[in-house]
Design a protein around this ligand. Sequence first.
Ligand code: PMP
Length: 306
Amino acid sequence: MSHPKYAFFEGKIVSIEKAKVDIRTNSLQYGNAVFEGIRSYWNKAKSKSYVFKMEDHYKRFIESANILMIKIKHSIPELCDITLDLLKKENYTEDAYIRPYAYNSGLSIGPKLIKNPQDIFIYSIPLGDYLDTSKPISVCTSSWTRISDNSIPPRAKIAGSYVNAALQKTEALLNGFDEAIVLTSNGQHVSEGSAMNIFMVKNNVLITPPITDDILEGITRNAIIEIAKNELDIDVKDRPIDRTELYTADELFFCGTGAQISPIGSVDKRTIAEGKMGKITKKLQDLYFTIVKNESDKYSNWCTEV
Ligand code: PMP
């Protein structure tokens, strides 16, 4: 039988076929749910899977839920244990992606965040590269701007907000690009990709937009900042980035749980770094792929064995 075989649903692990919601479910109607995306990596040499930064993902899950007034009944250690139980049952021998989801499970009509039953589910799927990580991709600046903190807060991973991402990604694909770069809600600065954060290298400084520029505070972004500070002889800054700074960058890359580290070769048809993967991007990518597979002792506390 192909994966996934199981889901954590209504308080227990059930077969995936049994994990079904009613069409009247309030969050299905209004998108008022929050979710996470976590990766587990298969280490072939050790014949083991490792979940990357699981506690950090569940911390953000609870923070996102709090913004939407969803009370998650489980603690972070409990959520981690459920995830590990689920992954043990799936018994993956490949990389996988875990999707925790917290939602308003009541059947009433009306978009509200109170007086609504709430629940969570978790399932996983096998997942290889979401974006190309081996060669630079071509991106455009989206005509769709990012949502703002005072409309749908991008700091929370809100299900309904991914309509914004879908518009950006679809526009990029229809115009022949691989991915979109998205500007802040006021159009003034670079925010992130459709579902990933962005980094720029200029004059040996690694720069990424600040958390107040309508981004999701990425866990991969934080990991990269830490790796770069510890392992590379390079300054790291978070500061607003203008659109045209991208055109003159020495290197550019996307990062995220799905995207991992994906080099960018052109923006709006302007070639970046001669269209090749930059040296710093390559160093960070090599370190990242070593760390997530738990092949680096120094960072082994970032990985949880299944
Ligand atoms: N921004 C958005 C909008 C995302 O959906 C994601 C993917 N979760 C990211 C950034 C990257 O975040 P992370 O590194 O935590 O996966």
